[in-house]
Design a protein. Structure first.
Length: 256
């Protein structure tokens, strides 16, 4: 699960907790105080389990489809390049969105076909962070366990204080994106509609839109270009304040 590559999944889903982290730091500078213990506890590991209605092999292949990450997680992964492959280990360089800034990140992927998929961050303030996906199931359903070991420093330290419920919600949101991608993969009409949503509104297609547009497309009552144009003219599109391709790196923001 994790916004976005999946390692970034959890870190950048929930913002605004830097203030809480700052308060925790100030509180720690006093040896004694009489204030109630109301600040959230530091989290270094998270485990999320859930059942999803997709076959184990299909879901694994969706996670393993590294080149498709920018489409599945458009607000997290802008680009990803495989730099080295060695058996069941893959090294990648991903361009990700970190707190509204574009940056590069080196990742290590390890897997056992259809049962486990693991990603480790190799550099930056999340170096050493690890996400392990454990898949158990059959051809129709999968029990997915997501184990996250957080190693954060610098500006990312604040995310160690994100409420557990928010982390679980973030993981489940990411999982849903991969599940939808896996489900539509075998149907050219469903896949076409989902890809239009992801490249136009930068999210997976909702159930109603997916069904309605794929049915019209299947019956030759609408074209791919017409679907895209309708989405481009929608209120949702005009409310998008920052599109993924508009995110800039620190060097681009401050060229001098």
């Amino acid at each position: 699960m994790i916004k976005k590559d999946k390692i970034i999944l959890v870190f950048y889903i929930v913002l605004g907790f830097s203030v809480v982290a700052g308060l925790s730091y100030v509180d720690s500078t006093f040896e004694k105080n009489n204030l109630p213990d109301v600040l959230p506890k530091q989290i270094t590991s998270v485990v999320v389990e859930r059942d999803v209605d997709i076959g184990q092999q299909d879901l694994f292949l969706a996670f393993q489809d590294i080149q498709n990450y920018p489409l599945i997680l458009p607000y997290s992964v802008l680009d990803i390049e495989v730099t080295k492959m060695d058996g069941n280990t893959i090294f990648t360089k991903a361009t990700v969105i970190e707190r509204g800034i574009k940056r590069s990140l080196d990742l290590k992927h390890q897997f056992e076909p259809y049962s486990t998929y693991e990603i480790e961050v190799l550099d930056g303030d999340a170096k050493g962070t690890n996400v392990k996906l454990i898949l158990e199931g059959d051809s129709t359903q999968t029990h997915l366990t997501t184990e996250i070991d957080l190693k954060l420093k610098g500006i990312l330290t604040s995310f160690l204080f994100v409420p557990t419920d928010n982390l679980h919600h973030g993981v489940n949101t990411i999982t849903d994106a991969f599940v939808t991608s896996a489900k539509v993969h075998g149907d050219e009409y469903l896949k076409a509609v989902d890809e239009i949503y992801r490249t136009t509104l930068f999210r997976q297609a909702d159930a109603n839109g997916l069904l309605a547009y794929s049915t019209l497309l299947r019956e030759n009552k609408i074209t791919v270009d017409e679907i895209r144009q309708e989405l481009l003219e929608s209120d949702e599109y005009f409310l998008i304040k920052l599109k993924p391709n508009e995110v800039k790196s620190l060097e681009e923001l401050n060229p001098n």
